[in-house]
Design a protein around this ligand. Sequence first.
Ligand code: ADP
Ligand code: MG
Length: 560
Amino acid sequence: MSEISILPEFLINKIAAGEVIERPASVVRELIDNSIDASAKKISVEILHGGKQLIRVIDDGEGMDRKNASLCFERHATSKIKSEDDLFNIFTLGFRGEALPAIASVSKVTLITSQPDSPNGTKIEIRIGYERLITDAPVWRGTCVEVRDIFYNTPARRKFLKSVSTELSHIIDVVTQKALSYPEISFSLIHNGRDIISVPEAGSRRERFIQLYGEELFNEFFDASEEGDGIKLYGFFSFIEFARATRNYQYIFVNRRAVKNPTVSHAVYNAYSGLIPKDRHPAFFLFLDINPRKVDVNVHPAKREVRFDSPEEIHKLITSSLDKNLSKGSPVTMMQDTPSYEWTETRGPFAVHDSGPVFDSAGFQTDILTYGAVPHARYFYIGESFIAAITEGGLTIIDQHAAHERILYEKFLKKTSVEVENLLFPARIELPVREYNVIMDNKKLLHDFGLDFDEFGLNNVIVRALPRELLKADIKGLLLDIASGILEEQGTGKEKLIHTTAARLACHKAVRGDEGLKQDEITRLLSELEKTEMPDRCPHGRPTRIHFSIRDLRRLFKRE
Ligand code: ADP
Ligand code: MG
């Protein structure tokens, strides 16, 4: 047995940093938390190269005197709790005394802090995690922390960092979350000298929401509030027709901390269930203020999770508040009348065979159709997204949305077959900051798909040309969809991004499930589907059509 030794302080901090500091955005979050805990009214974040090169957070908070400043990099040094009882009654964002030593162990840190009535400010430079140089600094009110070359001494972790735009988007997310939960504080974020976020102090959460996302997005939400025993709920929730394709806009704040929480998410989905399609997601910004004794915030090193004393109570409060509001209805109704059934005989592209279905390893039917002769087919719009094609040899059910997605997807991938048209009037589109950055960062990729646009002032783009297929699209919705696709795939490589973007473009324009197509449109759709490389699946892997041969029917009716 080798000998046991107690690890040196520096190494302990470095190990702890593994849990607390995952990426530049974690540093930004911890430093903003400290500024908020110091009662700052104004917090500025400046970063270079996605925070890989520099993160500087400046606040106008209480600052520290020389004694406290020289203690704050010690492990477990905190001014926020003193006793065990405090741990169960936490009103601050920090309390573990871990962030500054953890940050200092994996980067080059300089802290400058001052209190207005002290004779001197203090500057502390830390190198190699423990060497400290303490000097005088000018007197002012507040603190500035500069973090350079994150993970410079942990090459494996430095290598793990993603592209500048990915790291930047995580930072934007952190600053946005903080700005949402602290409307009374003004926030700014500057990246490589460019203003990314700039929001002055706001009078309410609603005002802050509009500062960050604009009126247009705000109109897609209703707000709801509810009170229970020691719990206050407030939130913005998307009207049902603005449910989204992704989980992108789902924020939960518990006592002003952004967290993930399955109980809360489940309660929201529960309230929306049956009101929105199964593959759509509600967008929500939900703020819960709870008596700190009823919630444990000390369950995750980066404080991203919480544990409620009584989850059922929270679940009930959210569901009942949303039930009331969702049943009030929204400006537009979702359901459309199902068109009446209509039989028409027409020539179709289908031939069928009688050898029974074959499934591949993923469980998809691979022999959905075979082609030789072109017999007569009858098309029949069943309702929702489904068309039935009935031939002498059996029955094929086609999901028209999935089929159209496949056709457009392949068209977009083969860029040569996309015709680009100039818009009659260039469209100026304002985007939320994170989406704006993603769109601008991927300008070349989108240009290759036929989207021609340029920067047009803060968080605005001007769109000049689009692929012909997309001319009638809601351009803002399209850009938001593309951005959310790219955000989900960040770091997965260019090839994946190209496919995801093509799938988003296709999905955006594909005929909606509930649109009843005319006979000639169905014929065109099905014959174009035949010409695609993978006519049996949509770009997301769902089947576009399912065939029942006579033999399948015999089996289903237990005649075999
Ligand atoms: P924690 O926030 O959990 O207490 P940190 O390591 O983040 O631990 O910070 C240690 C201490 O340094 C804090 O408790 C606080 O007293 C002080 N401190 C850190 N940042 C600031 C700041 N921006 N303004 C004033 N005091 C600060
Ligand atoms: Mg802290």
